[in-house]
Ligand binder design. Sequence first.
Ligand code: HEM
Length: 256
Amino acid sequence: MTQLTAPVPPVPADVPPGGVAWLRASVARFSNGSDHARRRALAVDLLAALDAESLQDNAFVRTQRIMTDVEDVDVMAAIARPVPVGVLAAALGLPDVSAEVALVAAAYHPHVTPSDAAEAAMARLVEVCGGVTELAAARIGLLVQACDATAGLIGNALSASLAGKPGELLTDPPVLRTRRRIGGENVTVELAGTPFGAGPRECPGSAHAIALATGVLEALRGFRLTEAETAWVSSPNLRMPAVLRVTRGSSAGGLC
Ligand code: HEM
């Protein structure tokens, strides 16, 4: 676990302003030293202004609204990604930019070459978040960090519960591994036993994520899986369903 206190692999700093590479170069997640401390403080302050109970209520209401009248729906695409990000964006005073956030989230990590669509989405996020500033990057960073991880929290809990194996929300964490720079090498570090990381980079959004996931899951009570097999995301670092189709119904396997 002490490995988690090591620095993160550095990302290029001399990059064009406003793109995905600029986001990486401007958020706490990929920064070290005093840059990390200052940028993390921005993220922590933004999150401290949000009320977890309202996030939970709004996630519940938004999910219920989407699920009204649906017959058969992929919860990952229709709910688990857009709802937490949409609720968080509204709480931050932003329009619903969940589609843009999903595109940028898919290109966020440094080994990915951003698509044109991701760069266009990034331009829109910079515009609504206040321009090319460190504070705007912190706001975008919160939405992007929330996207896949909170979708995974929801998807894993729902998948287990609907398969008749209900556990705690954090039994099956979605983020399995992270990266650090140790002895001059970039290494993969296991997060086993720490759903939200640990040390100076521990997730500052854990309470918010739990509130959002709880609201969503409450609104999904009474649905059941329509497919016996779950398709999982193929990523070494994330464990979460790629698709989770559900329908209304109260047969065995319903969320209880
Ligand atoms: C509202 C939702 C969320 C927000 C706003 C959020 C925000 C953040 C931010 C800003 C960081 C970077 C912290 C830093 O570098 O100092 C971070 C790190 C982290 N988050 Fe979250 N997060 C959310 C949800 C989640 C969820 C659901 C999980 C998994 C269960 C998760 C797991 C992590 C982990 C493991 C790290 C540390 C990564 C590392 O040490 O390399 N986050 N999060």
